[in-house]
Write a protein that binds this ligand. Sequence first.
Ligand SMILES: Nc1nc2c(ncn2[C@@H]2O[C@H](COP(=O)(O)OP(=O)(O)OP(=O)(O)O)[C@@H](O)[C@H]2O)c(=O)[nH]1
Ligand SMILES: [Mg+2]
Length: 457
Amino acid sequence: MFIEEIKLIYTNFTAQVNQLLSELFNDGVLIPEEKMPLIMVGISLFILLVFLSVWFCLRRRRLKNKAPHELSGRAKEKRLEQLEKERSKERELQIKQEEKLQHEKEAAQIAKSEEKEKGLQEKIATMEEERRNQQVLEREIEKEVEKEEQLIKVDSFIERLRNGVAKTRTHILNNLTEAVLGKKEIDEDLLDDLEEVLISSDIGPETTQRILESITAKVERKELTNPEVLQKEIQLEIEKIMSKTYTVPSASECKPLILLFVGVNGVGKTTTIGKIAAQYCQQGKKVLMGAGDTFRAAAIDQLAEWSKRADCDIVKKEPGSDPSAVMYETVQKSLDEDYDVVICDTAGRLHTKKNLMEELKKMIRVIRKLIPDAPHEVLLVLDATTGQNAIFQTREFLEAADLTGLVITKLDGTSKGGVVIGIVNEFDIPVRYIGLGEQIKDLRLFDAKQFTESIFA
Ligand SMILES: Nc1nc2c(ncn2[C@@H]2O[C@H](COP(=O)(O)OP(=O)(O)OP(=O)(O)O)[C@@H](O)[C@H]2O)c(=O)[nH]1
Ligand SMILES: [Mg+2]
């Protein structure tokens, strides 16, 4: 009876489940009755599985929330293990977080120091830029100062040159202005006056004649009519006389370049040699001096002193020895030891003038034995303060040697430097150097334009 009831309940239940399934799948097909037990077993197993899963989850959660001492046996061990794992995970996490924080801190610090460094670098760059600007400024100032110093030097040199021809200038300019005054044209009278003005100046009769001839020719050709331009004409004529075209042998073409200085005593030969040697040394040339004035012991010492000042070598012998022997030894040494420039001093006074000239000729012969085209320059030194006397000296020295150039010294000690114009005109020898003082820098290459301007400008 009871079993029958259970069967009935089961049958109803399966029928309802079948109905439910057909509604669930919405297909209206009922499962055959013989398959229902299997379906029911499946459903039961599914429900059991769901129940067990829920139970397992709940149990796990409960165990998880329990303290280890509330557990026992395997569960306790597991819980402890789990707790250990969780703790180590937490520690790892904490370490990671700390590391992250540390990294962030470090990164922030690095960024900060990088920013600081960048700022510093920018500051350094600005300072560097400022320093560079400062240096540029300093260099510019130095250049300016140098320029100014140069100008002052040039000025003082030109000023001294103007002083050296002051009397020549005042004489020519004043008298010429007077002669030209009120004249409308250049006539015979004016030309006579002009002749008087020039001849009474220190430029000499020959030069006066040359200038007059040139001006008269221009007047005749009607190229020159205005008295006002006479001064400019004279200036141009004088510049023409002074501008000799000549080839100066250079130290690079002639090696060694042999220079021989001649002139009467006291004109400034030794001093000029010292100044020229110093200038060549400053250009980096290897310079040798030859102490050819053996007549006076003091002359040898004076040249030796200059060689020290100029920082070059010297060949010297005892006073009284043969000057030609000194020349030979000097030139031989220059050839053996590869000198660039040889500068030879000579005596300005011997027992007789004839001796002086003969000695000079002999020296030149001896030098030519070693170097046939030497001496490359024979420079006659003239003292500007001796005036017309310089003309006689030039004449005499020309008989003994082929003079290649003149050195006019002591232009700072005269006001009648115009005498130089006469010498150059008469002998057709170029002026190579002028001396306007006793310092090295006071010896300059002669510039015809500068010289003429110093008289007329
Ligand atoms: N003011 C001035 N003095 C000069 C110049 N050149 C040379 N002197 C001076 O003139 C004097 C004579 O110069 P020296 O060089 O000894 O003359 P020197 O021709 O060798 O004379 P000797 O050896 O006797 O033949 C010295 O006191 C020099 O300082 C110059 O251009 N200007
Ligand atoms: Mg001398």
